[in-house]
Every structure is written in structure tokens, then in C-alpha cells.
Design a protein around this ligand. Structure first.
Ligand code: SF4
Length: 333
């Protein structure tokens, strides 16, 4: 007996019933022939429209501590262990409030404070507290944080400050993690994510595709993310940074990136799926259009921390052209 076609199965299971594809099913999508990629993206788009609606979430991101991180994530130009051209910069509180205002002016609903650390120390927590309260006093925007591995006390403190969402990426499949990071474990990351969920903050958790994982591991990663039921998944494609251990890896091919976008959306029908770093490199100018017509429903405006993204106006004009409204703040609270 021939196996049922995976896209026909996905149409019934994911589109009609809202049940995401499991790991073996994701693998089938990742293995689709080139001439079926368009069909997979079209179905992913239908799923996103059915289960998330047409609105696109726009987010801003700002670094509050850049570079000099003690960890050794092999893709990261902010690790202090590799010779990379990243320089430390710090924004003061008025600078952060200004950045939040500029972000809100684009229609963005989330503003994420990011620090390159293993986890926050007392001084960083103090700075975050000051930044969050200054932004809350002046700017109508949700605040997210990405500060690494948290203790329970730190998680409670962030929740109590009113931090709306916490980002911590699992980065890759559990079975591939030790090829990517040796200074902390996948399980440590997972525990922080469980803590964030338990404390009532939204969970933002994604990773990077194209770090030497097999297709099976890419499917495993999608399955592990789905288990976590994250509110948001930032999907990155490796942008090999000079000086990092992954600096010489080849970026994945555009068609593999498109298969991954479709497959992750079909595994995560209700999640906010965001294009994060690496999309220009992997997908070029067609990338944003292909993504938002293939299951993506969030984007970052402005810089991606250490590499320059596109001009936000181009992305916002594209949403206008496609009649996809920017998600309003009231819908996100
Ligand atoms: S913990 Fe974060 S900032 Fe530090 S090296 Fe890893 S990815 Fe980079």
C-alpha cells in the first residue's frame, strides 16, 4: 500500500483539526522534492491564516550588553571565547527609552532587551529593573527580555516587573546540542523555559537551522519545540560569522530554508513564527515575501543585534502590499 501524501495528511490534520505534524511527519516535509516546495508553503500559509489570522506581530530588539559572553555557542559572535569583530556597546536608560519609542512608532508591540550573558548577575538585574520601569512609564509597548539561564528568584523578579515574554532559544535538536555548545546543556535551557512558563510569562523559544544538523535532527528540533508549546518561535538560518567555530560553514540553500519554514509552521500551527537572523543571506530579497506567504507571522524591525537587517520600511511596506495588518497592542495583552 502506498503511503498517504504528507501534504494531503497535513491539510486534514493541521489545517482542519489544528494538530501540528509530529517529528516523522516533519521529516517528510523536509524531504519533499523541489517541485513541491511552493505547495508546502501555500499550505503553511493557509494554516497560519486559519489558526493565527492575518495580523503580523512586529517586534523590536535592543542589546543591553553586547559581546564578551563566557559561553561558547559556536555560531555566536558575542562569545568572548572567539576572535570576532563584535565590540561591546552599552545604551543608557534614556537611550533605551528612545529606542523603545522608535520601535513603538513602527507599530511594533514587543520590545526585547537582550544581554549576551550566561545568565543575569545582580548588576544586570538592577539595570533591567531600571530600564523596564523607565520604558513602562513612557512607552505603550510590551517588554520582553532575553537574559540567558534564570534562577527561580530571577524569574520571579522579572515576572513581577511585568516582563511580558521571555526569550531563550533551545538553538537546535537535543541530540545535536553538544556539537554547538559545550559550556552549558540543552537541559539547562529547557529548565529555564519551563520556569518562564510556570511564572506566567510568554515563552519565546527558537533556534538556528543550518548548523550541521541532519534533516532528522532538524525534524527532531521542530518536534521538541512543539512539545514546549511556545508562544513564539524565532526561526534563524545560520549566518556564519567570521571568527566563530561555525564561520566556515556554508549557509543552507534557499530551497532548504523554505522547506524548513513550511515544516516548522506545520508543526506549530498556532505559534507566532518569526523570521529572525540570517534571512537576507539565505533567502535574499525573495525571503521576506516567501516567508510571510509561507507561514511566518512576525518580524523584527531594525538591527538583529550584531548583523544589520533590512530597512524596516521595506518590510512594513510589504505587509501593506499583502494586506496583512500589524497586530495591535490591545490584542497582545
Ligand atoms: S549564551 Fe548567548 S550570547 Fe553567550 S555565546 Fe551563547 S548565544 Fe552567544
Amino acid at each position: 500500500m502506498t503511503r498517504p501524501d504528507i501534504l494531503a495528511v497535513a491539510r486534514e490534520q493541521v489545517l482542519e483539526q489544528g494538530v501540528g505534524l509530529d517529528e516523522p511527519q516533519v521529516l517528510e516535509v523536509l524531504r519533499l522534492p523541489d517541485d513541491r516546495i511552493e505547495e508546502a508553503l501555500a499550505l503553511a500559509h493557509e494554516v497560519r491564516m486559519r489558526w493565527c489570522g492575518p495580523a503580523v506581530e512586529v517586534e523590536g530588539i535592543v542589546s543591553i550588553k553586547t559581546g564578551g559572553c563566557p559561553e561558547d555557542c559556536h555560531f555566536c559572535s558575542q562569545s568572548g571565547r572567539f576572535e570576532t569583530p563584535v565590540r561591546a556597546v552599552r545604551l543608557d536608560i534614556p537611550g533605551l527609552v528612545q529606542a523603545a519609542k522608535e520601535t513603538a512608532a513602527t507599530g511594533a508591540t514587543e520590545f526585547c532587551l537582550v544581554a549576551a550573558v550566561r545568565g543575569p548577575d545582580a548588576r544586570l538585574m538592577e539595570q533591567v529593573r531600571a530600564a523596564v520601569s523607565a520604558i513602562q512609564a513612557e512607552v505603550p509597548i510590551n517588554i520582553a527580555c532575553s537574559l540567558g539561564i534564570l534562577t527561580r528568584d530571577q524569574g520571579e523578579e522579572l515576572a513581577q516587573m511585568g516582563v511580558h515574554r521571555y526569550n531563550h532559544n533551545l538553538e537546535t535538536a537535543r541530540s545535536h546540542f553538544t556539537e554547538v555548545v559545550t559550556t552549558h546543556t540543552w537541559e539547562e535551557r529547557f529548565e529555564t523555559l519551563q520556569l518562564v512558563r510556570e511564572l506566567g510569562m510568554e515563552v519565546c523559544c527558537g533556534g538556528i537551522v543550518g548548523m550541521g544538523e541532519t534533516l532528522e535532527q532538524r525534524a527532531e528540533f521542530a518536534g521538541q519545540l512543539a512539545t514546549l508549546e511556545p508562544d513564539e518561535v524565532p526561526l534563524n538560518f545560520l549566518d556564519p560569522r567570521p571568527g566563530t567555530p561555525f564561520g566556515d560553514l556554508e549557509p543552507i540553500e534557499a530551497k532548504d530554508a523554505l522547506r524548513a519554514i513550511a515544516a516548522f509552521r506545520l508543526a506549530l500551527p498556532r505559534t507566532i513564527l518569526r523570521f529572525a537572523g540570517g534571512r537576507e543571506l539565505t533567502l535574499g530579497d525573495i525571503g521576506t515575501r516567501a516567508g510571510v506567504l509561507g507561514g511566518i507571522n512576525a518580524m523584527i524591525v531594525g538591527n538583529y543585534l550584531t548583523t544589520l537587517g533590512r530597512d524596516p520600511r521595506e518590510d512594513l511596506e510589504l505587509l501593506d502590499e499583502l494586506s496583512m495588518p500589524i497586530k495591535a497592542l490591545a490584542e497582545t495583552i
